[in-house]
Design a protein around this ligand. Structure first.
Ligand SMILES: C[S@@+](CC[C@H](N)C(=O)[O-])C[C@H]1O[C@@H](n2cnc3c(N)ncnc32)[C@H](O)[C@@H]1O
Length: 320
């Protein structure tokens, strides 16, 4: 497969619905992913997909129920990797290689761990995309499950990582276990990124690093990213899309948001909950958590008919 030279391109050359934070260097490896299409957010039943955020959600047309990191999120990865050029990086969960490609284009030496890599279709597809982008030589694709395989790779190659991206198994206690092994195997100067922090299960991973004394912050993106860092490294700064009325789920209320001033909104919610709290048997934290759960279920029920309709139409199409 011939390699395509991926160049920095102007932000206005991206499709409508692709937001990229000002201040980030831009790159567009789309041609290396011939099966990438615009996804339908109602094709998946995942509770924590933020279907109300009007940013493009890309998928692979062969498996359209699993999304890639959004354009903005891919640029957070790319720009972070640029700060770690030549250093060892680890990705847990690559799917079709979109996020891995952005990290590798940023110039890191990347180990990628994903059980899907043991399936020929996935391995060949990821390999092909990375070759097209001209970065295959700097990426080590390893079939396996975190945290076991992370530990094995570290022992086998005597490896510690400076940059780590966690986007693997999303259900508790997996993200916490990923964070625990990564904190042990991270360099003294290190940065760890999370995707899909809209899920409280993933939030447990970031909470763990915060409790261990790492600096932390979240990025208001389609699925919310989180960053934890220690030692002599700095995260990239990000400006959320100003056209969106961003909300932070209650499990993230105590985190700083890069580039955002959400104090007023947070205080408004805090004041309302404070006013009703004496009439409940709950602490303020419990009340916040209950509010979050009810709000999530409310949104989900609102989206459910569309998701069911989508599934039924697809079945009809395939049966006809
Ligand atoms: C949402 S997808 C990742 C998407 C990818 N980061 C991107 O944006 O291009 C999640 C991936 O995690 C992988 N995964 C699930 N459990 C895992 C585990 N225990 N260790 C590593 N990867 C895992 C899945 O196979 C899947 O490919």
């Amino acid at each position: 497969m011939s390699e395509i030279k991926i160049k920095e391109i102007a932000p206005n050359l991206f499709p409508k619905g692709d937001y990229i934070s000002p201040g980030l260097s831009t790159i567009k490896p789309d041609s290396c992913f011939p099966n990438m299409i615009l996804g339908n957010k109602y094709d998946t039943f995942w509770l924590y997909l933020r279907r109300d955020i009007p940013h493009n959600w890309y998928v692979d047309q062969r498996r359209s129920d699993v999304g890639f990191v959004s354009r903005d999120e891919a640029h957070i990865l790319y720009n972070t990797a640029l700060k770690f050029q030549g250093k060892k990086a680890l990705e847990i969960g690559c799917w079709m290689g979109w996020s891995a490609c952005h990290l590798a284009l940023g110039g890191v030496e990347l180990d990628v761990i994903d059980p899907m890599l043991s399936e020929p279709l996935f391995n060949e597809s990821v390999t092909d995309s990375l070759k097209r982008a001209g970065v295959k030589d700097s990426v080590n694709l390893i079939p396996g499950y975190s945290p076991q395989t992370v530990e094995e790779v570290a022992n086998k190659f005597n490896r510690k990582w400076s940059l780590i991206f966690i986007d693997g198994h999303h259900e508790a206690p997996a993200p916490l276990n990923d964070a625990i092994i990564c904190e042990q195997l991270a360099q003294a100067d290190a940065l760890i990124l999370f995707h899909d922090l809209s899920s409280p299960d993933v939030g447990q991973g970031l909470d763990y690093l915060k409790a261990k004394g790492w600096h932390t912050m979240v990025y208001q993106t389609m699925q919310i990213m989180g960053v934890a860092w220690r030692g002599n490294v700095e995260p990239v700064m990000h400006q959320p899309d100003t056209t969106i009325d961003w909300r932070l789920p209650p499990h993230l209320q105590n985190y700083a948001v890069s580039g955002a001033n959400q104090t007023a909104k947070k205080d408004k919610l805090g004041a309302t909950l404070k006013a009703v709290q004496p009439y409940t048997f709950l602490s303020e934290a419990q009340l916040l958590m209950r509010y979050s759960q009810v709000k999530q279920v409310y949104d989900y029920l609102f989206w459910l008919p569309k998701m069911l309709w989508q599934t039924t139409s697809r079945k009809k199409f395939f049966n006809s």
